[in-house]
Ligand binder design. Structure first.
Ligand code: HEC
Ligand code: HEC
Length: 333
């Protein structure tokens, strides 16, 4: 535990002799060196039983070794954080929202395509549940908007339909999240950018400018726009569609949760039975229409039943939903 903390904090500061930016340096460490305000969510390591390892276990398995002995109670009966969030980088360009580029990127990396944003790099962000999430969670968003601790608690209780994390669990999760912060190499910096940053670090250039330059390379918060399905579900949004995109969405997203009833009681697989079922319902307004579940999710029944989070426009474009439809229609033939 003590070791983990030393590791964590030495990681966040740049050593004297390392004045030149390297790809594996944490972005937060470089920003600190340039005089930027540190994030308000550094973990409190004075809390008993706090460790990176406990945090990792909570994120991946929903529970860790409890200070009261044995394993702690699971955070959620239905989910773990990785049901809906990747812990690896899952955007090719962290300064943009391009769901199609993200789909191709996760496919290359062997990752699932999920409704939640990556937890990788979340400690580098400053605002949470942005945009239309206010519509879904109402006033619950207020305390979480600029507070990562509250954002995690909101997700543990509302998105995961579980319980609040205890202090040691929350601080452990934060400790773990700090080990998966952005690295300078994630930022797609040009040689000219690197020169500017190195100059500023050496004291020869404007520090503020370098801070702004670095921050322009990744989002400080992810926008979220809720959109409706097409008014006419028989017609859909467009007549052109891409089979390969539809296939990737089905396999990397839908099957991540539905294959073998992994996180849901509703089973989907690659059999023609699944495709025929989805095809039969997609033009209607019932709970089995892909238009319905992709844009509105399924309603949560707290504690009782798992629910499906919807996809915002930033997580799946209108055209991508048409591609999924086309794929399902073709496979149902
Ligand atoms: C059932 C799906 C689901 C589960 C399980 C889940 N989340 Fe989330 N979470 C979401 C969705 C959807 C959002 C809102 C969209 C986003 O991430 O940008 C979100 C948002 C967040 C945010 C704010 C992100 C942002 O940039 O706005 C944090 C932090 C977060 N979750 C942490 C966690 C942690 C930690 C766990 C595990 C204890 C967890 N979540 C479990 C679906 C889930
Ligand atoms: C993060 C996990 C997750 C992902 C990804 C996901 N689902 Fe779901 N889905 C669920 C859960 C949980 C339910 C709630 C139903 C249950 O478990 O009983 C659900 C419900 C549904 C239902 C309604 C079933 C019912 O009994 O009412 C359909 C249809 C569906 N999903 C289709 C899809 C499709 C198509 C995709 C891909 C675009 C997809 N799901 C992606 C978790 C997920």
């Amino acid at each position: 535990m003590a070791l983990a903390c030393i590791f964590l904090f030495s990681n966040l500061t740049l050593e004297k002799e390392e004045q030149v930016v390297a790809g594996d340096m944490p972005v937060a460490g470089v920003l600190k060196k340039l005089g930027d305000q540190p994030a308000p969510h550094l973990p409190r390591t004075d809390v008993k039983n706090v460790s990176v390892e406990n945090g990792r276990e909570i994120v991946l398995y929903g529970r860790a070794k409890s200070p009261h002995g044995g394993k702690s109670e699971r955070v959620s009966k239905h989910f773990v954080c990785t049901s809906c969030h990747n812990i690896e980088r899952d955007e090719p360009d962290l300064s943009k929202d391009d769901p199609l580029a993200r789909l191709k990127y996760v496919n290359e990396k062997g990752l699932p395509f999920l409704q939640g944003s990556a937890l990788y790099g979340i400690v580098d962000r400053r605002s949470f549940y942005n945009g239309d999430y206010k519509k879904k969670y109402g006033d619950l968003v207020e305390p979480a908007r600029y507070n990562l601790r509250e954002a995690i608690q909101l997700c543990a209780t509302e998105c995961s339909q579980g319980r609040l994390l205890e202090d040691w669990e929350l601080e452990s999760v934060l400790s773990y999240l700090w080990t998966i912060g952005l690295k300078m190499g994630d930022l797609n910096l040009t040689d000219a950018d690197l020169n500017k940053i190195n100059k500023a670090l050496e004291g020869g250039g404007k520090k503020d400018g370098a801070v702004q330059l670095i921050k322009s390379k990744y989002r400080q918060g992810f926008p979220a726009t809720f959109i409706d399905p097409p008014a006419d579900r028989k017609k859909g949004f467009s007549t052109k569609a891409d089979m390969e995109t539809g296939k990737l969405i089905y396999e990397l997203s839908c099957l991540h949760c539905h294959e073998g009833k992994r996180y849901s009681f509703f089973n989907l697989d690659k059999s023609s039975l699944s495709f025929k079922f989805l095809n039969k319902h997609l033009r209607g307004y019932g709970r089995y229409s892909i238009y319905q579940v992709v844009r509105y999710g399924t309603p949560p029944v707290p504690w009782k039943k798992a629910y499906m989070p919807h996809y915002t426009k930033e997580k799946m474009s209108k055209q991508m939903l048409e591609d999924l439809r086309f794929y399902i229609e073709q496979k149902a033939k």
